[in-house]
Design a binder for this molecule. Sequence first.
Ligand code: SF4
Length: 335
Amino acid sequence: MEKLLEVRGLKKYFALNKGLFSKGSTIIKAVDDVSFDLKGGETLGVVGESGSGKSTVGRSILRLIEPTAGEVNYKGENILSLKGESLRSFRKNAQMIFQDPYASLNPRMRVGDAIIEPILSHNLMSRGDAIDKAVELLEKVGLDKDYFDRFPHQFSGGQRQRIGIARALGLEPEVIVADEPVSALDVSVQAQIINLFKDLQEEFGFAYLFIAHDLSVVKYLSDRIAVMYLGEIVELCKKEELFENPMHPYTKALISAIPKPDPRIKEKRIILKGDIPSHSNPPSGCKFSSRCYCVMDICKEKHPELIDYNGHKVRCHLFSKGGENNGEISSKENC
Ligand code: SF4
């Protein structure tokens, strides 16, 4: 598959109190040196707790917020240097679906008009053709074409998310960044929307960057999964590999938290101590060291690199030189 997006060394820093480069200001490293590729037609799931930086990654690569540093190459062109018409053209090809579809829809705009608005603003077709397309898209996302003239408040959360998807599809994008698109929905509706995402991808062939805090949500859709913690990718590999052979202690804890379909399968849940630390004052060395049940002395001193083991990338001293499973670690459970 062709590489659509290449993200290299992406950083997004925020300054508390003063400017980013002012002396004495507190810097929040929301995204710190994140790199990954997204191929045409694939789904990369991005998971992590609230505060891991996953949504900031999604917004940065679409330039809804401006990254502090790094490169985002779309078909070989760095979109961080695009302006004017070329930036507009990129935005047509890369669409975002938000967690709260109600907030992303104008409450005074009929849903049909909300779907045709971006099509007309990019001059893709006449108004008459755009209306026909909007009707077709409503049906594609499982809504009645008669809903065209209704307003957002007349729909349920799941229906509004379907409208948000139809609006994004109107521009025939190649990349869709879906930021927690089902987390505000009831569990039964979540499953329907996830199936819809899958069916639409099979029909239209676009790629997803699918962001969620819950591994069980990205499990069904993703080809590969990136696990983020405190602004960094700590593990990245194919989905099957992640579930069969998780390497990072944080990933193992996330997997252990997924409810098992068969209650007779008893696997011990790994409970992490404490909350995710503040971005303004992360632990020294490994950022996960304050919560890690495998922590070693080296972890508090040295920041681990993301190392590639035959396509399975992990950031952990358990697997880096000098931190191989030693006597101390092998006696700890789950390490
Ligand atoms: Fe845990 Fe150390 Fe690995 Fe960090 S580097 S995840 S603290 S074992």
